[in-house]
Design a protein around this ligand. Structure first.
Ligand code: URA
Ligand code: SF4
Length: 219
């Protein structure tokens, strides 16, 4: 497998991309997962929210953010005053990576590695180019790394309105010259990290505060 690039259609919009992504074998993750989980939303969305990868429920249903993390995300978006209708939801990696616990049926999420992130990135770049969102919100370190490269650290970049990276050349911090003009990026924690946090309440407040920066940028 050499990444998703050979599977990308040379033309067409989101529906064409979604159909093509269903057959992607650009990295080994397609083998154990149920299906490709492509982004959801319209090409007129002003905001693109990027998570890590589909979770267990997303893998089964074929839609991003339909499980517990999605529920928390929706609540936070509502409280931050961001309409979900305006948002395109997707993930940095389109197949669920997991490991089975013992002989049981429980599937435990595994963080995608940099090789998988890079392999899947052409889909994300194609979504960005099709939607051209005014604002991108990266949820967690994986999304941040997909966009800005492997040196990305959530703690250093969260809650800042940054220039969006060049959509044709993801994986580098936004060069002032290459950045798409008028396009912004806000990074924050992943909603799953909020669910796992010892102090859930303050983690949630942090997410809300970062989403507030996004809401303001969209206002
Ligand atoms: N976590 C993600 O990053 N994406 C989803 O779609 C669900 C959970
Ligand atoms: Fe293709 Fe991405 Fe799935 Fe890998 S994770 S097979 S690159 S869609």
């Amino acid at each position: 497998e050499e990444g998703a690039a050979p599977y990308l259609p040379s033309r067409g919009g989101l529906p064409t991309l979604r159909r093509a992504a269903a057959d992607c074998r650009g990295c080994p993750l397609y083998k154990d997962a149920t299906q490709t989980v492509f982004g959801s939303g319209t090409r007129s969305a002003r905001l693109m929210l990027i998570g890590e990868q589909p979770g267990d429920q997303e893998d089964v249903r074929g839609l991003p953010f339909v499980g517990p993390a999605g529920k928390l995300l929706r609540k936070a978006l509502g409280e931050a005053g961001i309409s979900e209708k305006d948002a395109y939801l997707t993930n940095a990696v389109k197949h669920f990576k997991f490991e089975r616990q013992g002989s049981g049926r429980r599937r435990i999420h595994k963080t995608p590695d940099l090789h998988e992130l890079k392999a899947c990135r052409p889909w994300l770049a194609a979504e960005l180019k099709a939607v051209e969102p005014e604002l991108v919100v990266a949820l967690g370190a994986t999304a941040g790394k997909a966009l800005l490269g492997s040196s990305f650290r959530v703690g250093e970049q969260r809650g800042l309105l940054l220039p969006a990276p060049d959509w044709d050349d993801l994986g580098h911090a936004a060069a002032t010259s290459g950045a798409a003009p008028g396009h912004g990026l806000v990074c924050t924690v992943h909603p799953s990290a909020v669910l796992r946090a010892d102090d859930r309440e303050s983690a949630y407040e942090g997410l809300l505060s970062d989403l507030g920066v996004a809401a303001e940028a969209l206002a």
